[in-house]
Design a protein around this ligand. Structure first.
Ligand code: ADP
Ligand code: MG
Length: 378
């Protein structure tokens, strides 16, 4: 990040802030984007979040920002209709100052939502939500419950959103597309590792049909397509001082798919008793207590509004998403470690084994998971 304070100020001034900008400070560690907090002074002083979007990971920033605009507008209407605070209970995107826009930017349907600087980097701004609290990790049942409630509320607000969103990350959670990549990777055997991976490849092959069967239900419309958030970690939910959900943020990955993906991915990450790359497989399992807490929170918001097909497949979605992650770690290992950053040789294989252990634990507890879903879906 090589930007002088003057350059940062010039970037922030491309956006329609109230008050004069007095300070721009980096915020938090930021895994994906570079996030800054912008302070202003004046009659209607406010704070803003300025972000440099990582366009290596998100190649279509305009499409992404258009998605965010549509989703937040929809939620805003709901919040206003229910007498809530539209500046706190939904993310507010800050538009470009019209006077700073070029003709080409004006012609772009997403041109008011981002600024592309001379280095080719994309910048966006939104309103900072004052007095909000975030949690770094959902490591207690209480936080799992809150995480479930946050994502459940987000999906409830978007239950009647029918416009297809831009597919900003191709084939995300589409196992049919993953298998195409998988078959190519195994055939290519780029790193010469396939011959030592008979057992692991068997884990993938033996579950292929059931995973495709699930995805077929999405493709043929049995399971409805809704808005998915696709990054449901608890640090992406803002809470108020009392611990109640304000809104879901980090909407970069919002797309149209089955909302079961969000549930499955949350279970995969919230309930693991070990680390994603644990070498000690004894430590890795799914905590049924955490599963119950998340499910209780999620269904408190979605009860009565999910289709029977969604309820029937809710627990299975955790198997689906965890299986996909086993496949992705193993595929990257086969490819010679191109996608996931590795800290040591064989790191992706360690991840594969740990994720597979989690998958087995989920499979073993599947009946209990279905019972829990039934209990809270009624
Ligand atoms: N509008 C906002 N209001 C208050 N805090 C925010 C806002 N947007 C982001 N944050 C804080 O900044 C952190 C990182 O922002 P996020 O959009 O999640 O970026 P990243 O993609 O790097 O995770 C969040 O976890 C939250 O603590
Ligand atoms: Mg985030």
């Amino acid at each position: 990040m090589n930007y002088t304070p003057e350059e940062m100020l010039a970037i922030a001034r491309k956006f329609e802030t109230t008050g004069n900008i007095t300070e721009i400070k980096p915020l938090g560690p930021g895994f994906i984007n570079d996030t800054f907090i912008v302070k202003t002074q004046g009659e209607k002083a406010s704070k803003y979040i300025l972000q440099r979007k990582n366009h290596q990971i998100f190649p279509d920033v305009p499409g992404m920002m258009k998605n965010i605009e549509m989703v937040t507008e929809h939620i805003r209407e709901k919040v206003i209709a229910e007498g809530g605070d539209p500046l706190r209970e939904v993310l507010t995107v800050t538009f470009r100052k019209p006077g700073t826009m070029t003709d080409a930017e004006r012609a772009d349907p997403a041109g008011h939502l981002y600024f592309r600087d001379a280095k080719g980097n994309y910048w966006t701004m939104c309103v900072f939500i004052e007095g909000s609290v975030t949690y770094e990790k959902a490591d207690t049942p209480e936080l799992c419950y809150k995480g479930g409630k946050g994502i459940g509320k987000f999906q409830a607000q978007l239950a009647d959103f029918t416009v297809p969103l831009n597919e900003t990350i191709k084939g995300f959670h589409n196992i049919r597309w993953r298998f195409t990549q998988w078959d190519e990777a195994v055939a290519r055997d780029a790193a010469g590792r396939v011959r030592d991976l008979k057992e692991e490849i068997g884990w993938i092959d033996s579950r292929r049909e059931e995973m495709l069967a699930f995805w077929s239900l999405v493709e043929n419309g049995t399971i409805p397509t809704r808005v998915t958030h696709n990054d449901t970690k608890i640090s992406n939910i803002l809470f108020d001082g009392k611990g109640d959900v304000l809104c879901v943020i980090d909407l970069d990955t919002c797309m149209s798919s089955t909302s079961l993906n969000d549930f499955g991915d949350a279970i995969r990450s919230y309930t693991n008793t070990g680390a994603e790359d644990d070498k000690d497989l004894e430590k890795v399992s799914m905590s049924i207590e955490m599963f119950e807490a998340y499910t209780r929170g999620y269904l408190s918001q979605r009860k009565g509004n999910l289709t029977q097909s969604e309820i029937d497949n809710l627990a299975f979605s955790a198997r689906y998403i965890t299986y996909e992650q086993v496949l992705r770690f193993l595929m990257d290992y086969i490819d010679g470690d191109l996608y996931y950053k590795t800290a040591y040789p064989g790191h992706n294989l360690v991840r594969t084994h740990a994720q597979y252990k989690l998958l087995q634990s989920i499979e073993e507890q599947f009946d209990a998971m279905n019972d829990i879903v039934k209990k809270y879906a009624e």
